[in-house]
Design a protein around this ligand. Structure first.
Ligand code: ADP
Ligand code: MG
Length: 253
């Protein structure tokens, strides 16, 4: 191909946002010439590569947008170390992400260090790979974000963003009590998510103690009602993995 047409082609491929075509069209042409592939076969191979790359980039973007504090996956979770967790249910949830299609929620309840955040992150990470829009936040940080958004008159925008999610992960509900308006804003998020966005909530608090952090009994009741309407509950009652890990390290200096 002449130099001007090569330049023009590369310009068009950029304009069309086909980076993989741009990167591979020459080497692929050489390979196809050698294999005596016809034009459609050449085009097909390039298009397939472009599609695969695009999907990978989109998944990477979804993972960035989810803002996981640390990336954890199911591969690094040791179910033997935490036998109280229903491994079959975790695998079922993570497998096809069907719970998100059905707008079901997941509640992870248990003592500190039992892997709740790890599992919530692993579920969120898998969801990103399944094409879902995910957001991870500690409950306290989200409530602060909501209060600040209201202060700066951008609450409606933040609420819209949250509504567009397929999965919202609220980590560590129950560690810090909320102000009255904080609890109300959180309730509002959970209400809007109802039958639209799946929620994963991790908490160290048994249900009967939720009023302590949310303040009002009526609000707690209404929140639990929405959260638990369609819910999978995972309980972790074992010892803290952090503690076990630390003890192991002490024993083997
Ligand atoms: P929680 O949120 O319940 O307090 P985390 O998920 O933060 O606990 O777990 C604490 C640390 O221990 C994390 O680094 C986590 O990856 C690790 N961890 C906890 N349970 C397990 C487990 N069963 N297998 C592997 N790592 C674990
Ligand atoms: Mg945690």
């Amino acid at each position: 191909m002449s130099e001007p047409s090569t330049l023009l082609l590369e310009h068009h491929l950029k304009a069309l946002k086909l980076p993989t075509f741009l990167r591979d069209y020459k080497s692929m042409a050489a390979a196809c010439a050698q294999e005596r592939s016809d034009y459609p076969a050449y085009l097909l191979q390039l298009a397939e590569r472009e599609l695969i790359d695009r999907e990978r980039r989109a998944a990477e973007r979804r993972i960035r947008d989810a803002r996981f504090p640390v990336l954890k996956t199911l591969e690094t979770f040791d179910f033997a170390a935490q036998p109280s967790i229903n491994a079959a249910l975790v695998r079922e949830l993570i497998g096809h992400g069907e719970y998100m299609m059905k707008r079901e929620n997941v509640l992870l309840v248990g003592n500190p260090g039992t892997g709740k955040t790890h599992l919530a992150t692993a579920l969120g990470f898998a969801a990103c790979g399944q094409g879902k829009k995910v957001r991870f936040a500690t409950t306290t940080a989200l409530v602060t974000e909501l209060l600040e958004a209201r202060e700066s008159r951008s609450l409606a925008r933040l609420q819209k963003q949250l509504e567009r999610l397929d999965l919202l992960i609220l980590d560590e509900l129950g560690y810090v009590p909320f102000s009255k308006s904080g609890a109300e804003l959180l309730f509002d998020v959970i209400s809007r998510a109802y039958e639209r966005t799946s929620l994963i909530v991790t908490t160290n608090l048994p249900f009967e103690n939720w009023t302590e952090v949310l303040g009002s009994e009526r609000l707690t009741g209404a929140m639990l009602d929405r959260l638990t309407h369609r819910v999978h509950i995972l309980e972790a009652n074992g010892a803290s993995y952090r503690l076990k890990d630390a003890k192991k390290r002490i024993k083997r200096p």
